[in-house]
Design a protein around this ligand. Structure first.
Ligand SMILES: [Fe+2]
Ligand SMILES: [Fe+2]
Length: 161
């Protein structure tokens, strides 16, 4: 699955994570198309499950910090995707994972990023100044200008502890 600029949400760290998720889908596809052994398909799926968990946790934390009003719906979508991936992984124990199932996962990603992720990014940008002030107060120094960088927001969260 090729990531292209059309999928950019405008936050470099999130784009990088989406590229990694797209790479995970490619690895699963290649393992299935190449009729690789069970272990290769299973471990490609495991990597996708693990990375999706990290990515969703990052997005959901950011949406909470930014008081994103559509957080609930977004979490439901993430849980559904994770459940589908886990179901695919269970299938590898008893049957072949079909190309059709992989297309389903790829389709989910292609729809999720523009439909669900781009709107939260737009909300972050419109809400950036308020969040920067809160984070800057916690850090005791101003945040850098430009996009609301994930790292500076995470610094602020860590400073709360
Ligand atoms: Fe998302
Ligand atoms: Fe995402």
């Amino acid at each position: 699955m090729k990531w292209n600029q059309e999928f950019s949400v405008g936050i470099p760290e999130i784009d990088e994570q989406h590229k990694t998720l797209a790479d995970c889908v490619t690895s699963i596809e290649q393992a299935v198309i190449g009729r690789e052994r069970w272990l290769a398909v299973h471990s490609a799926l495991q990597r996708a499950v693990d990375f999706a968990r990290i990515h969703f946790a990052v997005e959901e934390s950011l949406m909470r910090i930014h008081a994103y009003p559509m957080l609930g719906e977004h979490i439901v979508e993430h849980r559904q995707f994770s459940k589908n991936l886990e179901r695919l992984q269970e299938k590898t124990l008893t049957a072949d994972v079909s190309q059709e199932m992989i297309s389903f996962i790829r389709g989910w990603l292609e729809i999720h990023v523009p439909t669900y992720d781009m709107p939260y990014a737009a909300h972050f940008f419109s809400n950036a100044n308020g969040v920067k002030q809160v984070v800057a107060a916690k850090l005791g120094r101003p945040c850098s200008d430009g996009a609301p960088r994930v790292s500076s927001v995470l610094d602020g969260v860590l400073a709360l502890q």
